[in-house]
Design a protein around this ligand. Structure first.
Ligand code: FAD
Length: 619
C-alpha cells in the first residue's frame, strides 16, 4: 500500500466542491449553525474554481420581485416549458422565491451590477437575466465562504463518501487526497453537502487532440456530483436529460447576450430563417409543444441539427447589423472578454471580426448537469410547505441517503438555476443540513478505521498499478498491465458518442445501441481497475475518469428506460421518435445497488403545482 500521510478532520457540515453552490452552502451553514464546525473541500482553489472560474457577464436567474418584474411562479412556468413539461416545480419555486436575496448580497459584497440609467433597476439582458461586470464574480463569493467556514481545503479531490456503520443508509463523511502532496484526507462529518458541479467530457467532444480541453462546460467538471451519490445508492432523476448547446463555433462563446441584448439572429448559408422551415416536421414529433413561447431550447437545437443534416449549413449568427452600433459592438466583445476569452482569441486567429463577418455557430457535444437548461441529478426532498408527499422526506435538498444533501448541478429536476440559483440552492441545502444536526438526526455516527483504511488502499491503487506495470512498457506509453487515464477517457467518450447519442450519430440512439453501450461500459469499468497513474495529478485524472464512467452508466440506463424522444435536439431515440405524453409525462428515477452494481428504474409522477397562466412579459 502507498506510504502516505493520513489527516483526520471531524466536522458537522462538510461541503464537497466550492463552486457557486458550495460557497452558498458554506455561507449559509454559518448563519444557522454559529457553533458548528464547517469545512469546505475543493478540488481546485475556490478563488477561481468551477464553471464560474473565469467570470460571467450576466446573472441568468433573477426574478426582480422588488419591482414586480417576475414572480417565482412565472419562473416555474418558464422552466417547465423549456424542459418540455418535466421539472420538479416544488424545487424550482423554492429556489426562485429566494434567489433575489442572494443576488442582493452579491451586490453588497462588491459585485458590480449594470444599472438601467433611467429606472435605477438592474439592467436586464432578458426576462430572467441581469447584466454584471462579472470578471471577479467567483473570488467575491469565495470570500464569503472563506469568512464563513472553519477551514477551506483547496486541491483535495473527494473520491468516496463514507457511510455510517451504526445506521443503514446514513452518510458519515468523505475521503480524498491532496493532488499536490499526495496526502490522504478523512473527513468524518455529520452531514455532507455535495456541490461538485456537472459533467463534461463524458461524450466525445467536437474538439479533439490538442484542442480537447475546449468544451463549453468546464472541462474540470467530471461528474463527481453524480458518481459520489450513485456509488452509495442514492436515487437519481432525469439523467437522460443531457444538454446540447448552440454556441459560437470552436470557442463555445455563449449566445445569450447576442440573442437577447444585441438582438442578433441566426440564418443558414443561404441567408434564410431555417427555423420556420422545420416547424411542421417538429410538430409531427412533439405536437403543440412547438407552439409554446418561448420555443423550448431543445426544439431550436432540433431545427439547427436538421438544417445542417439537410445540407443548409453552416449556420451563422448575423452580427454584422448589430455591430454597426459602437455600443453594441463593445458589449459583444466585452461579453467574451469577461467570461469566455477563448472565443475572442478564436475569432482573432480565424480572422473573424463580427462587424464584417457573421460568425459560425455549432451544436456542442452533450453534457450532463442540473443547473442550466437541463435538470439531470440527484432525487432530493423538497421544502415542507410546497412538496407533495412523494417529494418530501424531512429535509429540504436531502438525497435519499440520510444526512447527504445536494445543491446546484448535483440536484435533478430543477432546471434554470444558473449561477445565482445554484448559490441559492446551496444556501437552502445548508439551512436544512444544520436543522438535521440540531434535530439530533446525526447522533451516534460510527465510521470505523477499517472503512477509512480500505478506501485508502483503493484510492492509491492506480499509483501502484503504474509502479508495477511500467517495467512492461512495450512502446511509448503502451503497457500490457495498465491503461492510462487519457486512454480510458477516450474509450469512454467513444462509447458514449457512438452508442448513447453523441455527435458522431447526430445525437441518435436506440434500444439496441444503448444495450451495446451498456455492455461496453461494463467492460470499461472492469478495465478501470487497472488504470495506472504516474503521479498525483494523474491520480486525479484516474478518479475523474472513474466518476465519469459511473455517471455515464447512469445516463445510459436512463436513456434506455425512457422509451420516447422527449427532447429532440438534445437526443433522439430512433425506435421511439415521438414525444409520448400518455406514457412518459413523468420523471424517471434510478437507484444503483451498491452491492451488485445493478440499476433499477421507476417512473415517478410529475406534479404541476403552478397553473398554466400566460407568462407576463417584462420589457
Ligand atoms: C461557459 C459557461 C457559461 C455560463 N454562463 C452563465 C451565465 O452567463 N450566467 C449564469 O448565471 N450562469 C452561467 N453559467 C452556469 C453556472 O456557471 C452554473 O450554473 C453554476 O456554476 C453551477 O454551480 P455548481 O456549484 O453546481 O457548480 P460549479 O460552480 O461548477 O462548482 C463545482 C465545484 O466542485 C469542485 N469539484 C468537482 N469535483 C470535485 C471533487 N471530486 N472534490 C472536490 N471538489 C470538486 C469543482 O472544482 C468546482 O469548484 C455558465 C456556465 C458555463 C460553463
Amino acid at each position: 500500500m502507498a506510504k502516505v500521510k493520513t489527516h483526520y478532520e471531524d466536522c458537522d457540515v462538510l461541503v464537497v466542491g466550492g463552486g457557486m453552490a458550495g460557497t452558498g452552502a458554506a455561507f449559509e451553514a454559518r448563519h444557522w449553525g454559529r457553533d458548528l464546525k464547517i469545512i469546505c473541500v475543493e478540488k481546485a482553489n475556490i478563488d477561481r474554481s468551477g464553471a464560474v472560474a473565469q467570470g460571467l457577464y450576466a446573472i441568468n436567474c433573477y426574478m426582480g420581485m422588488q419591482w414586480d418584474e417576475n414572480q417565482p411562479e412565472d419562473h416555474v412556468r418558464y422552466a417547465r416549458n423549456d424542459l418540455m413539461g418535466l421539472v420538479r416545480e416544488d424545487l424550482g419555486y423554492d429556489m426562485a422565491r429566494h434567489v433575489d436575496s442572494a443576488v442582493h448580497m452579491f451586490e453588497e459584497w462588491g459585485l458590480p451590477m449594470m444599472k438601467d440609467e433611467k429606472t435605477g433597476r438592474y439592467l436586464r439582458e432578458g426576462k430572467w437575466q441581469i447584466m454584471i461586470h462579472g470578471e471577479s464574480y467567483k473570488p467575491i463569493v469565495a470570500e464569503a465562504a472563506k469568512k464563513s467556514a472553519d477551514k477551506i481545503y483547496n486541491r483535495i479531490m473527494i473520491t468516496h463518501l463514507l457511510m455510517d456503520e451504526s445506521k443503514e443508509n446514513r452518510v458519515g463523511g468523505a475521503v480524498g487526497f491532496n493532488m499536490r502532496t499526495g496526502d490522504y484526507y478523512v473527513f468524518r462529518a455529520k452531514t455532507v453537502i455535495v456541490a461538485a458541479g456537472g459533467a463534461s467530457h463524458i461524450f466525445k467532444p467536437r474538439a479533439v487532440g490538442e484542442g480537447m480541453g475546449r468544451t463549453w462546460y468546464a472541462p474540470w467538471s467530471n461528474g463527481s456530483a453524480y458518481a459520489l451519490p450513485i456509488a452509495v445508492g442514492a436515487k437519481m432523476t432525469q439523467m437522460e436529460n443531457r444538454i446540447v448547446l448552440c454556441r459560437f463555433k470552436d470557442g463555445y462563446g455563449p449566445v445569450g447576450a447576442y440573442f437577447l441584448h444585441l438582438k442578433t439572429y441566426t440564418q443558414n448559408a443561404n441567408g434564410e430563417n431555417y427555423e420556420k422551415k422545420w416547424y411542421e416536421h417538429t410538430k409531427k414529433l412533439v405536437g403543440e409543444y412547438i407552439d409554446h413561447h418561448p420555443v423550448p431550447t431543445c426544439l431550436r437545437n432540433h431545427a439547427f441539427i436538421q438544417e445542417v443534416a439537410a445540407g443548409g449549413g453552416p449556420i451563422h449568427m448575423v452580427t454584422k447589423e448589430a455591430f454597426q452600433d459602437p455600443h453594441l459592438e463593445t458589449v459583444g466583445w466585452e461579453n467574451f472578454l469577461g467570461m469566455t476569452v477563448g472565443q475572442a482569441v478564436v475569432w482573432a486567429s480565424q480572422n473573424i471580426d463580427p462587424k464584417y463577418t457573421n460568425p459560425e455557430l455549432t451544436t456542442s457535444e452533450p453534457y450532463v448537469m442540473g443547473s442550466h437548461a437541463t435538470c439531470s441529478g440527484a432525487w432530493v426532498s423538497g421544502p415542507e410547505d410546497l412538496s407533495p408527499p412523494e417529494y418530501f422526506w424531512g429535509y429540504n435538498r436531502m438525497l435519499t441517503v440520510d444526512g447527504l444533501f445536494g445543491a446546484g448541478d448535483t440536484v435533478g429536476g430543477s432546471a434554470h438555476k444558473f449561477s445565482s440559483g445554484s448559490f441559492t440552492e446551496g444556501r437552502l441545502a445548508a439551512k436544512a443540513a444544520v436543522k438535521y444536526i440540531q434535530d439530533q438526526k446525526a447522533d451516534g455516527i460510527n465510521v470505523t478505521d477499517k472503512q477509512c483504511d480500505d478506501f485508502r488502499e483503493t484510492i492509491y491503487k492506480p499509483l501502484e498499478n503504474y509502479t508495477i506495470g511500467q517495467n512492461e512498457i512495450t512502446g511509448g506509453t503502451v503497457s500490457p498491465s495498465y491503461i492510462l487515464p487519457i486512454q480510458g477517457l477516450q474509450r469512454l467518450q467513444k462509447i458514449m458518442d457512438e452508442y448513447v447519442g453523441g455527435i458522431t450519430s447526430n445525437y441518435m440512439t436506440n434500444e439496441n445501441m444503448l444495450k451495446r453501450g451498456l455492455e461496453l461500459l461494463e467492460w470499461l469499468q472492469e478495465d478501470l481497475e487497472n488504470v495506472g497513474a504516474e503521479d498525483y495529478h494523474q491520480l486525479m485524472r484516474a478518479w475523474e475518469l472513474k466518476h465519469r464512467a459511473l455517471t455515464s452508466q447512469c445516463v445510459t440506463e436512463h436513456t434506455l428506460y425512457r422509451e420516447e424522444t422527449r427532447w429532440p435536439g438534445y437526443y433522439y431515440r430512433g425506435d421511439h421518435l415521438k414525444l409520448d405524453d400518455e406514457n412518459w409525462h413523468c420523471l424517471t428515477v434510478s437507484r444503483r445497488d451498491p452491492k451488485t452494481g445493478k440499476f433499477i428504474l421507476e417512473k415517478v409522477p410529475v406534479y404541476h403545482i403552478v397553473d398554466e397562466k400566460e407568462e407576463k412579459q417584462v420589457s
